[in-house]
Write a protein that binds this ligand. Structure first.
Ligand code: SF4
Ligand code: SF4
Length: 445
């Protein structure tokens, strides 16, 4: 729930196909209108680095008002936005249907779309956003890819860092030797007979991270769903486009949306649910794609059929009841609610999922990790990302639990780096990639 408002936020379709959207004078007028409201409000002062940059700009201007700030100085404000959606979802009382009609993240997106349209996107940023393409190659040569991307490999990382603008200390995701799709085909999960959810059929949308990087999330999901009788298939027709959205490449995101929605359409027509393994990707399918392609029927049907992974398992628990066999986990869990889980407006489904294990000792942390996808791995962003994520990392370290987990695996990795830097002799918690893995362990999988 947002502060100061009882109404649910609504979002307008993104007008990216109109010429007006890219009109720089109109964009500047909208930036000035919105930033001036934010300057007067300042509720979001501690959410990220965008707002402090904005407020410093205004406070250091000639008259302390926005009208003496040069428009070219807005760029660092935009660059600091990770599109986490937290200002929109949790703070802003002026989002539609309020007459101010304020959508700060989508305004940052428009600024980037105008830049991308005018100047193109740098090759290194394009390379980082090509998660599908990179994953397809890197899984074939995963040993080499993991050697070259390891932060301890100073020589190889030095080359990569200068080519791609990465921070030398930022941990990068490892690549799997076999994709989740291939693993699931080679070892199809064995469904339990007479299990409570045996009528359900779920397409597991592997997502780039779940398919190419960390297949443990998908394997745990398949094991839990099979134990509960759900028929599953793992598919990854294409990336959801979130990394390209961060670059303002909205047309390319629309292409991904059309392709994936068309691939899933026949399954949805046959009654399959769609379950996305990573919250940012679920957010794209459920909310961003319908705003980008509001008239595409396949996209609309896909949005209605899509579940976040935690949401799906909790839905089974509520409607059919989970299969028996869950045992308590020793040591407790510090659970981070990722921004893109919160942005799905579904409640704390990851925490609900963990509480399905008996006697769960849970600490829930609802602060931004600061990571923001590829954003937090780049140059000076990494230190900013650690600073933004410090309150969450401190809460995790202070919780004294055996495990730490975020629904967003990249946020989890980043928070683990923050926890590692905390000055404390206390043992560090074990990082787990997703709450579903702990539920699978509670089942003895
Ligand atoms: S979307 Fe997130 S990063 Fe961007 S301005 Fe809002 S709170 Fe900050
Ligand atoms: S986004 Fe909304 S809540 Fe945040 S500073 Fe701006 S006007 Fe205030």
């Amino acid at each position: 729930m947002r502060e100061g408002s009882l109404e649910a936020p609504t979002r307008h379709p993104i007008d990216w196909q109109s010429a007006d959207y890219y009109d720089e004078a109109k964009l500047d007028a909208e930036m000035r209108r919105v930033l001036d409201i934010c300057h007067g409000c300042r509720r979001c002062f501690n959410l990220c680095d965008s707002f402090p940059r904005l407020f410093d700009l205004v406070d250091n201007s000639k008259n302390g008002e926005l009208d003496t700030v040069d428009s070219k100085d807005f760029k660092p404000v935009v660059d600091a936005c990770t599109l986490c959606d937290m200002c929109y979802m949790t703070k802003c009382p002026y989002v539609p249907p309020h007459e101010f009609n304020l959508d700060f993240p989508h305004l940052m997106l428009r600024y980037r779309a105008v830049e991308a349209n005018r100047d193109g996107v740098k090759l290194k940023d394009r390379a980082l956003a090509a998660t599908d393409f990179n994953g397809g190659i890197a899984t074939v040569v995963s040993g080499l890819a993991n050697w070259a991307t390891d932060a301890d490999n100073k020589a190889a990382r030095g080359v990569l860092n200068s080519l791609l603008g990465l921070n030398p200390e930022a941990a990068l995701p490892k690549y799997a030797g076999k994709t989740l799709e291939a693993e699931a085909q080679a070892n199809p999960p064995q469904r339990a007979e007479n299990a409570p959810a045996k009528g359900r059929k779920a397409i597991v949308y592997a997502t780039c991270y779940g398919n190419f990087n960390d297949t443990s999330i998908g394997k745990a999901a398949l094991a839990v769903l099979a134990r509960n009788g759900v028929e599953t298939k793992v598919l990854h027709p294409h990336c959801c486009g979130m990394p390209k959205l961060e670059q303002g490449l909205i047309g390319e995101v629309a292409d991904s949306a059309k392709l994936v929605a068309e691939s899933f359409a026949p399954y949805i027509a046959e009654g399959w649910d769609i379950v996305a393994l990573v919250p940012s990707c679920a957010l794209m399918l459920k909310f961003e794609w319908p705003l980008i392609l509001p008239r595409d029927e396949n996209v609309k049907r896909l949005a209605a059929a899509t579940f976040d992974l935690s949401e799906y398992v909790v839905d089974i628990a509520r409607k059919e009841g989970l299969a028996e066999g869950l045992k308590p986990l020793d040591g407790g869990v510090a659970f981070h609610v990722s921004c893109h889980s919160r942005a799905q407006n579904m409640g704390q489904k990851g925490a609900d999922l963990l509480r399905l294990a008996p006697q769960m000792d849970l600490t829930v942390i609802e602060r931004c990790s600061g990571h923001g996808g590829a954003w937090g791995c780049k140059g000076s962003n990494f230190e900013t990302a650690l600073k933004v994520g410090k309150p969450a990392a401190r809460q995790i370290a202070g919780a004294g639990k055996k495990y730490m987990v975020s629904e967003c695996p990249l946020a989890g990795m980043h928070l683990a780096q923050g926890v590692e830097r905390m000055e404390s002799d206390a043992p560090k918690p074990e990082l787990v990639s997703h709450p579903i893995e702990l539920l699978a362990r509670a089942y003895g999988e």
